[in-house]
Design a protein around this ligand. Structure first.
Ligand code: NAI
Length: 546
């Protein structure tokens, strides 16, 4: 009996979902066989937060802070989430972009213990059986990557695992999805990253990436197995290489409950940023000419969602696509270019080409430029000046991640435009003081969108995820931007409000689900209350309904 109690007690301390550490009360310690296993003083959760923050701030580098936070997540998830929720501006850049990028690059070197699931090329034929090894049955969100295009860092193979882990942490932080409902997965089909293949500490398969039919079969088996083992889960595709991402989304979006965050989530956050920016510049979406640098998942996804939003306003879809122009590594995407990838073709307009971005700006006269190229320093002084000559308030979004890849910095955008640019980036930049004014750059962080979309999808138990849901999410996010935010130049609400914003997005998304008849459960009378009740609060007595 004593041994059993003792084992129970120790087991409890090693169960990150139930562990409270020094916050177990005297009564709990007595009842749960914990007496003697903890220092005598019972701490409050607030005191535990203090200790964590003191430790974190003492660390010499952000990567070490990442490692420290991962260790906390492995010990006590409730405390981990409480710490992040209370210090979201300070810690989101550590658990997500930009530091998660470094963590992925160093994954084999900073590895302590596994989190999430790895499915590899060697698991063909047994994926369903493997998924059943996961300890939680009621999984509602799966984030899966094959590691081919991690942020703007390229092919990181199995090291990409940091991304699904980080995104799912954000589901819990930003929208209160219970951690036990979240499953991070990496599909390891090899890597073409030579440095990793040569690294003795690399943890993935030592082989070149599998392509073609063998790759497709593995993904098909995975999606089928995931829907069989976790029938209520939504699958979020994350950081796949662009050829696969577009194909997989097109192939599976009508067969499974699935979306691609790089394509659809990014599109929604940027559309919201544009709608907010238009409250400053005064135009309508239909009046804009938007020139993208980069015609990949992010850029094309945004162009398509802008077209969907305009179509919903009554514009013909082909006409709606003419508002977006693309410039890729070979120049302006125009009709007479050879061998254009299929995702670029709908945006190849009948126009003279150029390989010079400034010339493209002078020809197209855009009201907004959006960088989604993964190539830093491509929004040069000449580029920003050309935009400022054309527009009183040029919209300049430099989205490439991490910070080192950004097309320009916030400071450059404000300086080169004489303080007139409306700037947003993918990774965070600090506020900039310029000519006596403080400008707060917007961070077009997908975390504004996907957690709320996921929460709405879970509460309504949708069978599919549609573009209309992302348009509704973008509209709601833009509506949450206050006049005060806009005066500071900020096109997104403060991250401090993210949980309320996500709840509102969830409501808007669920309404679309009901409108489209995609729900599996009837609409609750009070949708807003059902959403709040489903949210996990990071304190020890939170018992969400989902
Ligand atoms: P991708 O690989 O699908 O597309 C990159 C595109 O950039 C390709 O069309 C390529 O031709 C083009 N490109 C490459 N070099 C270029 C050059 N020198 N000039 C012009 N175009 C060039 O990548 P994806 O998924 O579209 O991501 C691109 C960047 O956007 C990444 O850095 C990523 O981190 C960032 N991103 C930002 C998000 C956000 O801010 N919320 C969300 C998703 C992606």
């Amino acid at each position: 009996m004593t041994t059993e109690m003792l084992q129970r007690g120790v087991k409890l301390l090693h169960d990150p979902l139930r562990n409270k550490g020094t916050a177990f009360s005297h009564e709990e310690r007595e009842a749960l066989g914990l007496r003697g296993l903890l220092p005598p003083r019972v701490h409050t959760q607030d005191e535990q937060v203090l200790r964590v923050m003191e430790n974190l701030r003492r660390k010499p580098t952000d990567l070490e802070r990442y490692v420290e936070l991962s260790a906390l997540q492995d010990r006590n998830e409730t405390l981990f989430y409480r710490v992040i929720v209370e210090h979201i501006e300070e810690l989101m850049p550590i658990i997500y972009t930009p530091i998660v990028g470094q963590a992925c690059q160093q994954y084999g070197h900073i590895f302590r213990r596994p989190r999430g699931m790895f499915i590899s090329d060697e698991d063909r034929g047994s994926i369903a059986e493997i998924l059943r090894h996961w300890p939680h049955e009621d999984v509602r969100i799966i984030v899966v990557t094959d590691g081919e295009r991690i942020l703007g860092l390229g092919d990181l193979g199995a090291n990409g695992m940091g991304i699904p882990i980080g995104k799912l942490s954000l589901y819990t932080v930003c929208a209160g999805i219970h951690p036990a409902r979240c499953l991070p997965i990496t599909i390891d089909v090899g890597t073409n990253n030579k440095e990793l293949l040569d690294d003795p500490l690399y943890m993935g398969l030592r082989q070149e990436r599998v392509r073609g039919a063998l790759y497709d079969e593995l993904i098909e088996e995975f999606l089928h197995a995931a829907s069989e083992v976790f029938p209520e889960a939504i699958v979020q595709l994350e950081d796949f290489g662009n050829a696969n991402a577009f194909r997989l989304l097109a192939e599976y979006r009508d067969r499974y409950c699935l979306f691609d965050d790089d394509i659809q989530g990014t599109a929604a956050v940027v559309l919201a940023g544009l709608w907010s920016a238009l409250r400053i510049t005064g135009g309508t979406l239909a009046d804009q000419r938007i020139l993208f640098l980069g015609a990949g998942e992010a850029g094309i996804g945004i162009g398509e969602l802008i077209a969907s939003a305009l179509t919903a306003e009554g514009m013909d879809h082909d006409e709606a696509r003419t508002r977006s122009w693309f410039f890729d590594s070979k120049g302006l995407v125009v009709q007479d270019r050879d061998n254009l990838a299929s995702h670029k073709q709908p945006f190849a307009h009948d126009h003279q080409g150029t390989a010079d971005f400034v010339e493209a700006i002078e020809m197209i006269k855009p009201t907004a430029i959006i960088g989604a190229s993964g190539v830093p320093r491509t929004f040069t002084e000449d580029v920003v000046k050309a935009m400022s000559d054309l527009n009183e308030r040029p919209i300049v979004f430099a989205l490439s991640n991490p910070t080192s890849k950004s097309e320009c910095t916030a400071k450059q955008a404000y300086q080169w435009s004489d303080g007139r640019a409306i700037f947003a980036s993918g990774s965070p930049f600090d506020a900039v003081d310029f000519q006596g004014r403080t400008h707060i750059p917007g961070q077009g962080n997908n975390a504004y969108i996907f957690p709320g979309v996921g929460l709405g999808a879970i509460v309504s138990e949708t069978q599919r995820v549609t573009d209309e849901m992302f348009v509704a999410a973008a509209r709601t996010l833009a509506d949450e931007v206050s006049e005060h935010d806009l005066q500071l130049g900020r096109v997104y609400p403060s991250l401090e409000r993210i949980r309320d914003v996500s709840a509102k997005i969830a409501e808007a998304v669920a309404e679309v689900v009901y409108k489209q008849g995609l729900e599996r459960e009837p609409r609750p009378d009070r949708l807003d209350e059902a959403i709040k009740a489903a949210m996990f609060e990071p304190n020890y007595d939170s018992t969400p309904t989902l």
